[in-house]
Write a protein that binds this ligand. Structure first.
Ligand SMILES: *Cc1c(COP(=O)(O)O)cnc(C)c1O
Length: 374
């Protein structure tokens, strides 16, 4: 055992997912890998190391992630979250392409352009019926008017983001978003931004929307890379893509022992044995990102068998009932997420137990756990 607990990353599955997703990506679109949130918990460094040769660039959220990304690649880097004024210079210096959606930061960007002698690349974010970050369509003319005062800046793209495309087969809202997006894009092209590229799709848009349109220059693919579908309905309708989960989370049993009948297990005495019970202690807890909501609810794999969690998840450990894996002994492998033998614990299964989504389950895995490329 090299590490007591670790996050194993399957290079083969990661590359297989890229191939499957590239196969549905329009030829004219750059394939941008979204690696924000520590590559959705998989580890920025190992994921970028594997993806570097096979993608056109990367998307992250902020300047700290850009700094980390630049240790591993000089390819395109889209910083689409918020960059405070004080960090803009660093972001431009590192060659980040930045989201812009208001006029407040234009003067500072112009100053940076002059000081560094570069033309910052900006992606104008349109808030077309999403109600999140972005410039409202009605505010586009005023933005454009102001932009003319800052000739050192390159607005290279208009982009949008779908609000409701993965959980529904009713694309009314998505289509309304696209209509507004198209109108604004045309108006900007007519207003002189003739080279303005455009992008709208994350993984779900790549699956649902891109196949029926032309002319988008880029796709921003996140969750699919990691072998996860954006929703249960897309997992069904897009099953032919055969995306494979990339993350496997393992630990090893710290202790195995019999507890007599009537013995409490863990904080709050939320579980009491009703018969002599073989118990295993797993040295992972909520500090590692293993959600406390799995107390008395989750399962792990040991010797390929499902072993239920008993009692509460603590900060650094929890207990499992080893009745179904009686051969278990200390230091045997425990799988918290991923496969062992012929069974598999999926992010979707944990998400369902926790009332959340697969994205959150993997993204919350502690960045302190070692990541291993296999
Ligand atoms: C996170 C994010 C993506 C990637 O979404 P997935 O569903 O993981 O593919 C794309 N675009 C924007 C703006 C995002 O915030």
């Amino acid at each position: 055992m090299k590490h007591l607990s670790e996050i194993q990353i399957s290079i083969e599955s990661l590359l297989k997912n890229v191939r499957a997703l590239k196969a549905i990506c329009p030829d004219e679109a750059d394939f941008i890998a979204v690696v924000k949130g520590n590559a959705y918990g998989h580890g920025l460094a190992p994921i970028v190391e594997v993806l570097e040769p096979v993608v056109d660039g990367f998307q992250i959220d902020d300047v700290e992630e850009l700094q980390e990304l630049r240790k591993h690649t000089s390819k395109r880097a889209l910083v689409l979250g918020y960059v405070p004024c004080s960090a803009l210079e660093e972001a431009v210096r590192l060659g980040g392409e930045l989201a812009i959606y208001d006029v407040q930061r234009l003067p500072e960007l112009q100053r940076i352009a002059e000081d560094l002698g570069v033309r910052p690349k900006l992606h104008l974010k349109l808030d077309a019926l999403l109600g999140r970050q972005g410039l409202l369509p009605d505010d586009v003319p005023a933005f454009l008017h102001r932009l003319a005062e800052f000739p050192g800046l390159d607005v290279i793209a208009l982009y949008g983001h779908f609000a409701n495309i993965e959980d529904t087969t009713d694309l009314t809202h998505a289509n309304a978003q696209v209509d507004i997006f198209n109108k604004v894009h045309s108006s900007l092209v007519s207003a002189g931004l003739s080279q303005l590229s455009r992008h709208l799709s994350a993984t779900s848009g790549l699956m649902v929307y891109e196949p029926s349109v032309r002319g988008n220059n880029l796709v921003r693919v996140g969750v699919g890379l990691y072998g996860l579908y954006p929703s249960a309905s897309l997992a069904r309708t897009q099953a032919r893509l055969e995306l494979e989960p990339v993350m496997r989370w393992t630990s090893h049993l710290a202790q195995v022992k019999f507890l007599p009948a009537g013995h409490p297990v863990g904080y709050g005495l939320t579980f009491v044995t009703w018969r002599p019970t073989l118990i295993g202690i797993v040295p992972q807890g909520y500090s590692d990102g293993y959600d406390r909501g799995l107390s008395n609810a989750g399962e792990v794999l040991i010797h390929g068998k499902r072993c239920p969690i008993v009692g509460r998840i603590a900060m650094n450990m929890f207990a499992v009932d080893l009745t179904h894996a009686p051969e278990a002994k200390a230091e045997d492998e425990v799988v918290l997420l991923g496969d062992q033998g012929s069974d598999r614990i999926t992010a979707e299964e944990l998400a369902a137990r926790l009332g959340t989504i697969n994205y959150e389950v993997v993204t919350r895995v502690s960045p302190l756990l070692p990541r291993l490329l296999l």
